[in-house]
Design a protein around this ligand. Structure first.
Ligand code: ADP
Length: 715
């Protein structure tokens, strides 16, 4: 799980980083491209604006320079009438200039007039006034010069237009000034802080910038904007008029342009900034990113939710597999031990005549071993039936006292020599009869009771049973309490799972396969009930079972029966019955036993011989048919094994019934089979069998069959 989360987080961070980088770089490209276009458009617009406004002023200045009245005035400045009229005209021109700035000077008195200020005398030989001689004697139409006014902290672009007399001699000049500082301030204000525009002349001197000091100090543009390589001045020199060029520089994107009218160049700088990314695209990207993050988190939660049960079942499967492996090993041990007893003692007996051999004791041990094996086989059959979903209950009406009696009888043996007191906690109000599968109920109780005896060395084992009517059913509550070794808290969860044995170190010497409790649990569930256990390690355990049984009537067992059960009287009585089994003398009778295994034939004939009758044994169906077809000797009863190689018991019975003689058609046939599967009985009856005797043979059952089918001739 954690591996998956780490992997998906790394994967996600990788996608996020590459996605963000891809976004960042493509955005940068787009932004730079757009910036370049924006900058060159900016320069073009500002150039057009500047040139247009300069052109307007030039046109007015030229018109003024061409005025005949002004010419007259400049030719004869001492004529006061003309001077007054000319000045009036000059002031009307002043209104036409956008800056309302006007100046004039004639070459006779050299008095410089600036708006309506007092004139002052101009000294053309002063180098600061270089523009005077330049305009008058070197300029044909007009020229520009730029100067900085420290009083006003403005830079003015001056338009100077010479005035010529009729002979074409320069007699003075007129002009106006354009406040370029304010103009550029306005331009830069529009750009806010995103970009700055600089103007500079062909020598590289800054002629216009937001910072007026740059113009005042005639700072070189390359000092202000130092790009690597050729330099701005060289690059702009190569531009043809009106051309713009976009460059990538450490300052960000810059655009170079021209102002042909003024023979200047321009540069616009737009530095890189995080604000460049403040776009709808970025917002969209962040939204998409957040959606991906949310999807990622949901996806992770979803997947881990999916994986959790998968992982749990994987762990469970692993555990089950481990349990199964150890079960097989354990099973092999559990089976070999009794088999060893049987095989060992059998060969000992076969060997011969050792007079010291206690044959009875050996047979007892062999019988115990056989029963242990039988129990094991039954458990394995049960669990496989349960696993295959084939376990069906066979409900019958049964008597509760006899059920308890059987359980007690069986478990009395288990106390062995241990100092254990067995207590039965029941009341007289237990119902006498119930409807249910009594064999399975016995199995449930026997399993937990036998565990209690197995895992208790001394103290008490209590079996309690109580009943409560619940609609058409009764709820049978059973508990088994012991003062045994107890179960650890962690192990309590495991004991009901298939093949699990816990605390194997402590219990090494105790027999068991770990199947008992899981069978018990499944059986209780099939009966609509449940089982649970509580335990204190080292002190003892209590197992509680609740199952549903059918209600018969309200007859109760009563105090007497309850009391006798408590005292295990029933148990003793039953033992006496077994002991007291009085076998009839059936020496007049003759029976045939059909089984493909000699040992089975030996067991059956051994039991039958006690009735003093004649017993014939055959090893196959074919031999049986042969005997029956002769009609001599005639048998009173046939015991027929089911599973035999060649012809099985059912086929043999069919063949016998098909024989022509009435005797063959009527002779009672009893199935003798270890295949004690539910429903098998009906199959036998359908094929002309009269009885059914499961292997291993129960002496009481055999006795009842013999009494039923073998009748004294004539009776
Ligand atoms: P087993 O055939 O090994 O007894 P069970 O399924 O009957 O198998 O029991 C599973 C395990 O539960 C046993 O191996 C034992 O460790 C533990 N256990 C069952 N009943 C008791 C009990 N009354 N006291 C202590 N431990 C018990």
């Amino acid at each position: 799980m954690s591996k998956f989360v780490i992997f998906s987080v790394i994967f996600f961070v990788f996608i996020l980083t590459t996605g963000s980088l891809a976004f960042f770089f493509s955005m940068r490209q787009i932004i730079r491209h757009n910036k370049g276009i924006e900058l060159s458009q900016m320069l073009e617009i500002e150039r057009v604006k500047l040139e247009t406004s300069v052109n307007n002023e030039v046109v007015i200045a030229l018109k003024m320079a061409d005025s005949p009245l002004l010419r007259q005035y400049f030719s004869n400045p001492s004529d006061l009438d003309i001077a007054r009229m000319a000045v009036e005209e000059i002031f009307s021109y002043q209104q036409a200039f956008a800056s309302n700035i006007i100046f004039w000077i004639n070459d006779i008195d050299k008095l410089f007039f600036y708006n309506d200020f007092e004139p002052y005398l101009m000294d053309p030989d002063n180098p600061d006034n270089y523009w005077y001689n330049m305009t008058l004697f070197e300029t044909e139409v007009y020229n520009f010069n730029i100067n900085y006014n420290p009083d006003l902290n403005v830079t003015n672009l001056w338009i100077n237009a010479p005035v010529f007399d009729a002979l074409g001699n320069a007699i003075g000049m007129v002009g106006t000034g354009i406040d370029i500082t304010t103009y550029l301030e306005l331009v830069n204000q529009n750009l806010a802080d995103r970009a700055s525009i600089y103007l500079f002349n062909s020598a590289g001197e800054i002629t216009g910038a937001r910072d007026a000091a740059l113009v005042k100090d005639k700072v070189n543009i390359e000092e202000e904007i130092n790009i690597e390589g050729e330099g701005i001045i060289a690059l702009t020199r190569r531009l043809v008029p009106y051309q713009t060029q976009i460059l990538d520089t450490p300052f960000g994107r810059i655009a170079l342009g021209t102002v042909p009218l003024l023979e200047w160049n321009s540069v616009a700088v737009m530095p890189d900034s995080v604000d460049d990314y403040n776009t709808a695209m970025t917002a969209l990207f962040i939204v998409v990113l957040m959606v991906i993050v949310i999807i990622f988190i949901i996806f992770n939660f979803f997947i881990s939710g999916l994986l959790k049960p998968l992982r749990k079942s994987m762990i469970e499967a692993e555990e089950a597999n481990r349990a199964k492996t150890s079960f097989l090993a354990n099973m092999s041990h559990e089976m070999r031990t009794p088999m060893n007893v049987v095989v060992g003692f059998t060969s000992l007996l076969l060997e011969g005549e050792d007079p010291d051999l206690d044959v009875k004791d050996i047979l007892k041990k062999m019988s115990t071993a056989g029963n242990t094996l039988l129990g094991l086989i039954n458990d394995v059959l049960d669990i496989s039936k349960i696993e295959a979903g084939k376990l069906e209950l066979m409900p019958v009406k049964y008597e509760v006292p006899s059920l308890l009696n059987d359980i007690i009888t069986l478990n009395m043996i288990r106390i062995e020599e241990k100092p254990i007191t067995f207590i039965l906690d029941i009341n007289q109000d237990l119902p006498y009869s119930l409807y249910g599968d009594d064999l399975r109920v016995k199995q449930i109780i026997n399993n937990i009771l036998s565990n209690a005896f197995k895992y208790t060395q001394q103290g008490t084992v209590t079996l309690g049973m109580h009943c409560q009517i619940d609609g058409p059913d009764v709820i049978l509550s059973i508990y088994v309490k012991d003062t045994g070794i107890g179960i650890r808290e962690d192990d309590l969860k495991k004991i009901f799972t298939d093949y699990s044995q816990v605390d194997t170190r402590t219990n090494r010497s105790i027999e068991g396969t770990g199947l008992g409790l899981s069978i018990t649990k499944r059986l209780t569930e099939i009966m609509g009930g449940e089982i649970n256990a509580e335990s204190t390690y080292g002190e003892g355990s209590i197992f509680r079972v609740q199952i549903r049984q059918g209600y018969i009537d309200d007859i109760q067992i009563g105090e007497k029966v309850a009391e006798s059960l408590r005292k295990f009287l029933h148990a003793e009585e039953k033992q006496n019955v077994v002991k007291k089994l009085v076998r009839s003398d059936l020496s007049f009778a003759r029976v045939l036993v059909v089984d493909d295994m000699q040992t089975n034939l030996d067991v059956a004939s051994g039991l039958l011989l006690r009735y003093k009758m004649q017993v014939d044994c055959v090893l196959s169906g074919a031999e049986a048919i042969e005997r029956m077809s002769t009609g001599d000797p005639q048998y009173d009863l046939i015991f027929m094994d089911h599973m035999m190689p060649g012809m099985d018991g059912i086929e043999t019975a069919d063949a016998i019934r098909a024989l022509a003689t009435e005797y063959a058609q009527k002779v009672p046939i009893v199935a003798l089979t270890a295949n004690a599967i539910q429903g098998m009985e009906d199959l036998f009856y359908a094929h002309g069998f009269q009885g059914f005797l499961p292997k291993p043979i129960d002496t009481m059952h055999l006795d009842s069959i013999l009494n039923k089918w073998i009748k004294k001739p004539g009776s």
